[in-house]
Design a protein around this ligand. Structure first.
Ligand SMILES: C[S@@+](CC[C@H](N)C(=O)[O-])C[C@H]1O[C@@H](n2cnc3c(N)ncnc32)[C@H](O)[C@@H]1O
Length: 212
């Protein structure tokens, strides 16, 4: 199943990640070694051990080896080249990889038990729209778990990130000054847990849909 992104900026992201795909895992290796793998392991304890789970922005599938045979994983990404890499990752879970924009999820309401996003909402063009889509497809008692980097809570640092962001976002893609926790709340979630992993920039967040 392929669902091409309809918005122009998302097409740019898709192209950028298509170009990055062959080098992505090697490029990220140092970060995985120092922190990312450890944080991914931490995130796992908040994911239900069975049920249907949506992973958004799955990339090259770095989380896929950690799922178990009782979990059914639906994993989406805008970049077909990243998804091709994900196909090669081994997993005990039943994995369905789909090219799809998180801002326009082609699923009915309230079908997933949980959702996962690792280092994705720095790139998504309209994060609140993407997060609202996750809320729409999550069951009422579902849970969503994030590992994300965002704007520092230290005001001076945050301001520096605001200034540098235009250069970083224009040349490399991801935004470094997103207010991701606020965005998650604005999309209709209650934050159950927020853990600072590295300064206030890298965080683990667990959230549940607010009752309407
Ligand atoms: C920094 S990578 C993270 C990949 C993976 N989650 C990980 O932890 O390694 C960001 C991923 O988000 C995807 N992405 C960006 N915008 C997206 C969107 N609107 N919908 C779906 N995927 C998107 C990119 O194609 C890329 O694979």
């Amino acid at each position: 199943m392929v669902q091409e992104p309809t918005n122009k900026k998302q097409n740019l992201d898709k192209k950028r990640y298509n170009r990055l795909a062959p080098f992505y895992d090697q490029f990220e290796n140092p970060m995985e070694l120092f922190n990312y793998s450890r944080w991914r392991a931490k995130l796992r304890q908040y994911i239900p051990s069975k049920g249907t789970i949506l992973e958004v922005g799955v990339g090259t599938g770095k989380n896929l080896p950690f799922y178990n045979k009782h979990q059914k994983i639906v994993a989406v990404d805008v970049s077909e080249k990243m998804l091709q890499r994900a196909k090669n990752k081994k997993s005990r879970a039943d994995i369905n990889l789909i090219q799809m924009d998180v801002e326009e999820l082609g699923f009915p309401d309230e079908v997933f038990d949980a959702a996962i996003s690792t280092y994705v909402f720095c790139s998504v063009e309209d994060p609140i729209r993407g997060l609202s889509e996750i809320k729409r497809v999550l069951k009422e008692d579902g849970v969503v778990v994030f590992l994300e980097h965002m704007r520092s809570e230290i005001e001076l640092m945050g301001r520096v990130m605001d200034v540098v962001n235009s250069i970083v976002a224009k040349n490399f893609g991801p935004n470094i000054n997103r207010r991701t926790v606020r965005n998650i709340q604005s999309a209709g979630f209650n934050i159950l847990k927020e853990e600072y992993l590295l300064s206030t920039v890298f965080r683990l967040i667990v959230a549940k849909p607010k009752e309407d």
